[in-house]
Design a protein around this ligand. Structure first.
Ligand SMILES: Cc1cc2nc3c(=O)[nH]c(=O)nc-3n(C[C@H](O)[C@H](O)[C@H](O)COP(=O)(O)OP(=O)(O)OC[C@H]3O[C@@H](n4cnc5c(N)ncnc54)[C@H](O)[C@@H]3O)c2cc1C
Length: 174
């Protein structure tokens, strides 16, 4: 599909300001290196992600997902197709039987979650305070430090598969 056609189709599902053309990836990676992405798309809700994933699948367009860009190096000739930057920033909390569960969007930073836990006087997430990156990237990488890892504190992950379907994986208990 020519880029102009793709751009027009993307405009039907996303605000114009969230579709960045020929975007230098050095602006989106911690190491400040990398060539340009054909389309860098910033998505901030599930409906938008589903629509973009379906569009990419229907038109056979390569899609690359990034979070905060703290663990990726982009090559000098950039990224073809769609680069999806997941920017879901929701946080909600539920207390039951003395336990507090957070539900967070993949774009929330680990530092923000650690700060929320501090405010709520909860323990268990201190290890993640200094790790740069988003929750989505940290889950994908199983980020860890000081003896703690994401797998120790995650109960359930909701994701969107390559066909645009929403799925959930629960942590298997030992
Ligand atoms: C100075 C520095 C210190 C660091 N210290 C640590 C440390 O102590 N411990 C540690 O574990 N790591 C550390 N890292 C690495 C990095 O912080 C982690 O890997 C972090 O989890 C990456 O998150 P991100 O959002 O930046 O992901 P990105 O770098 O954007 O992406 C990393 C990978 O995750 C995938 N991904 C990102 N978001 C999603 C999503 N929502 N859904 C599906 N896939 C996704 C991407 O496709 C890519 O493959 C450090 C990095 C730096 C620069």
């Amino acid at each position: 599909m020519p880029n102009e056609d793709l751009y027009q189709k993307l405009l039907n599902i996303l605000p114009k300001e969230n579709i960045l053309l020929d975007e230098p990836m050095k602006k989106h990676t911690t190491f400040r290196i990398g060539g340009n992405a054909d389309f860098l798309i910033i998505v901030s809700n599930i409906k938008e992600i589903k629509s973009v994933v379906k569009l990419a699948k229907e038109n056979n367009i390569k899609t690359t997902v990034i979070g905060n860009g703290s663990n990726i190096l982009v090559k000098d000739n950039g990224i073809r197709g769609i680069t999806l930057k997941l920017n879901l920033k929701n946080i909600s909390k539920e207390e039951k039987d003395g336990n507090v569960t957070y539900t967070c969007g993949s774009g929330v930073s680990l530092t923000q979650i650690a700060n929320e836990a501090l405010e709520d006087e909860l323990t268990g997430f201190e290890f993640a305070y200094g790790i740069p990156g988003s929750l989505g990237g940290a889950v994908y990488m199983n980020a860890g430090a000081y003896g703690g890892e994401l797998k120790d504190v995650i109960l359930e992950t909701t994701y969107i598969d390559k066909n645009g379907n929403i799925k959930t994986i629960s942590k298997r208990r030992a």
